[in-house]
Design a protein around this ligand. Sequence first.
Ligand SMILES: C[S@@+](CC[C@H](N)C(=O)[O-])C[C@H]1O[C@@H](n2cnc3c(N)ncnc32)[C@H](O)[C@@H]1O
Length: 233
Amino acid sequence: MQAWIIPPPKEPVKSREEFRKEREDKVKWLIRDGYLRSRRIKNALLRVSREDFVPAPYRDYAYIEVPFPLPGERATISCPHSYPLFYEPLGLDKGHRFLEVGLGSGYGAAVAREVVGPEGLVVSIEIDPITFDFSKENLENAGYKDILLVNRDGGLGYPEMSPYDRISMTAACIDVPPPLIEQLGIGGRLISPIIRGEDQDLVLLEKTKKGVRRRVICKVLYVPLRGRYGAST
Ligand SMILES: C[S@@+](CC[C@H](N)C(=O)[O-])C[C@H]1O[C@@H](n2cnc3c(N)ncnc32)[C@H](O)[C@@H]1O
């Protein structure tokens, strides 16, 4: 299992220009290391200023591969590589109806919004009210007004806007909550960290007319899912 060393909090001093350069270098690194392939996801990562979603004491570290704590209980903004790690196997693309469980900082929802474009839909659910307020403010400040933000238990999904083409769970569960499988359309894909003993597998599910196919992608380490289908770790 991986573990991270969080650098000490500090007053942010970096300029917009420094962050832009770091963002471009990060995208090159993600391509070189095989995380990033699709042009739409690449352009989305270049468009969204990750530093706007990182709490001020950690803002200068926005592009390093560390998940930083967010306001709220056990919430983090995931490492930069996590976003293409999830969105590439999902095949997230223009026009998709996308549901995220675990809004966190709002960064993943903003990247998804850029990928699906105005033809698509982004719904993101956060269970923690303090984390929810933090992400809502980040998204408003960054100019994202067309993401449907929901403050409740994401294990129950959001049937009001289903079916979804793609679902991303950013908290680890024992097994994928049945309501999320129900709300996934035929041909749709869902990605989630799933707890296996001491470890977590990142698992990709594809819903077909005949049932649900599963493929393990790699080992990951995510905060546990809370709520009705929560993991008690
Ligand atoms: C790794 S963080 C999310 C990172 C986020 N996608 C981002 O870009 O910053 C996981 C989030 O899932 C949230 N969470 C945990 N259980 C949840 C549930 N049942 N429903 C909705 N959100 C949940 C946590 O509060 C936390 O904010």
